[in-house]
Design a protein around this ligand. Structure first.
Ligand SMILES: Cc1cc2nc3c(=O)[nH]c(=O)nc-3n(C[C@H](O)[C@H](O)[C@H](O)COP(=O)(O)OP(=O)(O)OC[C@H]3O[C@@H](n4cnc5c(N)ncnc54)[C@H](O)[C@@H]3O)c2cc1C
Length: 499
């Protein structure tokens, strides 16, 4: 798949900038319609927001409270399609809202009934009012004082960065060329001012090249305004970036298989605690930021806020020293005039066609990436006079890339050995990441091909030298490459440590 120089000589039907959920979704969509597609990601697939979600494939219970039924219904449909097309990746997850008054039980019970009804034939399971005993059976770690019962409902759960690997593989198997570590730094125009491609730099080799295309799609999420200004320097911001923090904790703080949902925190948000890869992910926050960063850092008060909210619900609450990893993502929220609080901005997606025909697709959420891609490819085709071909992703199975590592582990017992007792990852996962999942850096492997850095930052730092050595042996790299990789990985990993 690493056909980097091949990008120079072709006129692609679609050039997609950005390798998160939206960009890879567009690549899968356009390639499966039979178009030629090049996707360029400046860092790694999912380096932006798409590896830093709450891991939910969901309709968005909180948008229900805002009365946005259309948005919820559309997302619930997408949730169902994703389960159908990637059953290896999406699983149904039971959520319990603990309730402390009869009124709350009635209120949330009725709301979740509506949620279930809106999902129609895409339903994940019936919501139920739970007794106090049943609530405690499902959420054994929560506070008992004043507990009246609970409301049970179902949503989906996934591994966001791994789904990106699967989308890249699906796009490639349909003929697309997805390239990571290639940054677009300017857009090319013809004499009529129409955008005809992009100038890019290969961040691994330093090579600079021009990729030409009939249509260019800007799917750079929270960074989309900087790419829009490559086309129109006077373009106003479309995005009001806002960051969200998650804490990863030992599963002893959320034993059992149900997730916890706190429907109203002190800042009018919801807080989730979700079982994930043998840990519990608690989050999130909503803090407006001036400028999106590629490696955003959690603020002290965001960490405190999650710990304080958790302490209201968990009987033996987590302390700062219990945090295994902290990760932060930036929401690409589409601005609406007059709104001051990012928690109430729309999660709906937006397409925008700028000067020269640059098509920007942004907003939405992970769950709705397929629908966003369909809209973007339709609009780009229409605007650029590219023949209209039917979208086929509603029924397109998504590749399961994990099997490559399993095959390697089966063929060589040494590759089947675990890298660290804290993880289920084996040397085979590292080798498969390098050979068939376009992992090029130590961080690619430890943060996104495996999720080691997200699950336990200290343990990930411990295995980093071993993983770098396995990669170097497979890539034919030197000791100095290992040293460079360790240095840059440790800098990033520092932001995942709680202190
Ligand atoms: C805290 C948080 C929790 C969330 N939880 C959920 C959830 O549980 N479920 C859900 O459905 N949604 C969730 N979302 C929303 C979802 O994660 C995002 O909507 C989605 O990931 C956005 O994807 P994207 O591809 O548009 O942006 P990104 O993932 O940010 O991708 C954009 C990419 O563009 C690249 N790029 C930027 N500039 C250039 C350039 N010049 N050249 C090349 N590449 C470039 C970046 O490196 C980046 O990788 C959450 C969001 C946040 C912040």
């Amino acid at each position: 798949m690493r056909a980097r120089a091949g990008a120079i000589d072709t006129i692609w039907d679609f050039l997609i900038i950005g390798g998160g959920a939206t960009g890879l979704g567009c690549a899968v969509d356009a390639a499966s319609r039979g178009f030629s597609v090049l996707l360029l990601e400046q860092n790694d697939f999912g380096k932006g927001t798409s590896s830093r979600s709450t891991k939910l494939v969901h309709g968005g219970v909180r948008y229900l409270a805002q009365g946005n039924l259309k948005l919820v219904q559309e997302a619930l449909k997408e949730r169902g399609m994703l389960l159908k097309n990637a059953p290896h990746m999406v699983s149904k997850q039971a959520f319990v809202i603990p309730v402390y008054s009869y009124w709350d039980k009635f209120f949330y019970g009725a709301g979740l009934k509506t949620y279930g009804l809106l999902s129609g034939k895409y339903g994940f399971g019936r919501s139920e009012i739970l007794s106090r005993t049943e609530t405690l059976r499902r959420l054994p770690t929560i506070r008992k004082e004043g507990l009246d019962g609970g409301v049970l409902y179902y949503d989906g759960k996934f591994d966001d960065a791994r789904l990106l690997v699967d989308l890249a593989a699906t796009a490639a198997s349909n003929g697309a060329v997805p390239l990571n570590h290639v940054r677009v730094f300017s857009l090319q125009r013809n004499d009529a001012g129409r955008i005809t491609g992009a100038a890019c730099s290969d961040e691994l080799t330093g090579q600079v090249f021009v990729a030409r295309a009939r249509a260019v799609i800007n799917a750079t999420g929270p960074f989309c305004d900087s790419v829009r200004r490559m086309s129109d320097p006077s373009a106003e911001n479309l995005i009001a970036p806002s960051q969200g923090v998650h804490l990863v904790l030992d599963s002893k703080f959320l034993s059992g298989t149900s997730a916890l949902m706190v429907p109203k925190t002190s800042d009018r948000r919801v807080l989730f605690a979700v079982p994930w890869h043998g840990r519990a992910v608690f989050g999130t926050t909503d803090t407006p930021v001036k400028k999106p960063e590629l490696e955003p850092r959690a603020l002290e008060q965001e960490i405190d806020f999650i710990l304080e909210t958790a302490a209201e619900y968990i009987a033996d609450p987590p302390r700062r020293s219990d945090i295994l990893s902290v990760f932060t993502g930036i929401r690409p929220l589409v601005k609406s005039s007059g709104a001051t609080n990012t928690a109430v901005l729309s999660r709906d997606h937006t397409t925008q066609i700028d000067l020269g025909g640059l098509v920007t697709i942004t907003g939405g959420k992970w769950t709705t990436y397929r629908r966003m891609a369909e809209d973007a490819v339709n609009q780009a085709s229409e605007h650029h006079g590219i023949e209209r071909r039917k979208c086929v992703t509603a029924d397109l199975p998504i590749t399961d890339s994990k099997t490559a590592a399993d095959d390697l582990a089966e063929s060589d017992p040494k590759l089947a050995e675990l890298l660290h007792p804290a993880f289920e990852y084996r040397a085979a996962d590292v080798v498969a990441a390098v050979r068939s999942e376009l992992a090029a850096t130590l961080e690619d492997v430890l943060a996104r091909r495996t999720r080691a850095l997200f699950l336990d930052a200290r343990a990930a730092i411990e295995i980093a030298p071993k993983v770098a050595a396995i990669m170097a042996a497979d890539l034919g790299e030197s000791e100095s490459w290992i040293a460079d990789q360790l240095k840059s990985f440790n800098t990033v990993a520092d932001g995942f440590l709680p202190d």
